[in-house]
Design a protein around this ligand. Structure first.
Ligand code: ADP
Ligand code: MG
Length: 340
């Protein structure tokens, strides 16, 4: 038996197996990077359900030419935090770009704000090209072509182009809800176009972004939710009982601006609407929790959106209480003892 160290490419491909499940995961990672770079405009274009092409253009901070090789290297991040329990950016693992580069053809061109030149780097199936000067606007453009060409086994797991396109649209919508002041667009040959002009970052803006993303009808049938307890703040909108869906797909949750999917949060919504909705109907919500990052663990898994709260009971109680209160004050729910 011989024990050997795996090559960087293989290590990155293994990581990609976790982080990059499908085209929508690439879009999620790249949009997060653009947001972390402070972009106010993010343009996403896709072709072939994102398998042929994903292109993301942002007007964020950009990357200097000498840092481009670092950006595509494993465990290299500018969001460095020696304390992984105090994460304020969306990314922090320094894994996405090298992972994507190990399974696809990635090119990244960037110009920092104020610089008068731009540069580009490429990674194809793990092979990194040298940095070359190019012409570009300030900001960053990332192009990912032929996703999974280097890992054909993964390609076999892809659903139809339509399904992959739908998943991409969902990712963009989910991120867009959390960043109303950022203008998002989605275009390309996948016929998934979306234009979300920037709105203000306040409650009014949020409601307008909700109308853009979740439909005007929801925004007109939603109650404002606002509550705070022991340093945990909750805000957002929740549907009135007559506005429901057959599944819980339209329940959006955010923790410190990061989209999450979480059984406990979904459970809290069921609890809140328990006696006003039949079992097979689901409320529509967009809820934002903000709390001290030390009180929540978002590191559970790179691709999964679950979270762990230090005090899950507090969070549940806050959500259930706030929604019931909103239903009661709007006359949508008879006032009861309030006991859950
Ligand atoms: P992470 O986001 O966890 O740091 P990534 O692999 O996604 O890891 O990105 C690595 C680094 O590349 C980031 O920390 C950032 O410095 C830089 N970077 C990536 N995308 C962008 C972008 N769109 N604009 C500016 N910098 C970027
Ligand atoms: Mg990232």
């Amino acid at each position: 038996m011989t024990i050997r160290q795996l090559s960087d490419t293989v290590i990155n491909q293994i990581a990609a197996g976790e982080v990059i499940e499908r085209p929508a995961s690439v879009v999620k990672e790249l949009v997060e990077n653009a947001l972390d770079a402070g972009a106010s405009r993010i343009e996403v274009a896709t072709a072939g359900g994102g398998l042929s092409l994903i292109r993301i253009i942002d007007n964020g901070s950009g990357i200097t030419p000498d840092e481009l090789p670092l950006a595509v290297s494993r465990h290299c991040t500018s969001k460095l935090s020696e304390d992984i329990h105090d994460i304020r950016s969306l990314g922090f693992r320094g894994e996405a770009l090298p992972s994507i580069g190990s399974v696809a053809r990635l090119s990244m061109r960037s110009r920092t704000q104020g610089a008068d030149s731009a540069a580009e780097i490429g990674v194809e199936g793990g092979r990194v090209s040298s940095v070359r000067p190019v012409a570009a606007n300030p900001g960053t453009t990332v192009e990912v072509r032929d996703l999974f060409f280097a890992t054909p086994a993964r390609l076999k797991f892809m659903k139809t182009e339509r399904a992959e396109t739908a998943a991409i649209t969902e990712v963009v919508k989910r991120m867009a809800l959390a960043f109303p002041e950022v203008r998002f667009s989605l275009s390309g040959t996948d016929r998934n176009s979306l234009e979300l002009p920037s709105v203000s970052a306040d409650g009014d803006g949020l409601l307008r972004r909700i109308a853009q993303v979740m439909g005007k009808e929801f925004s007109e049938n939603a109650l404002a939710i606002e509550a705070e307890r022991e340093g945990v703040a909750l805000s957002g909108y929740a549907s009135i009982p007559s506005f429901t869906r057959g599944n819980a797909m339209q329940q959006y949750f955010y923790v410190n601006g990061r989209p999450v999917r979480d059984k406990q949060l979904a459970g809290a919504i069921r609890g809140a609407y328990m006696d006003v909705l039949p079992r097979d109907r689901h409320a529509v919500v967009a809820l934002f929790l903000s709390l001290d990052p030390a009180l929540v663990d978002v590191n559970v898994h790179p691709a999964k959106a679950d979270v762990r709260f230090r005090d899950p009971g507090l969070v549940r109680g806050l959500i259930v209480g706030a929604i019931r209160h909103a239903l009661e004050t709007s006359g949508m729910r008879a006032s009861t003892s309030g006991a859950e």
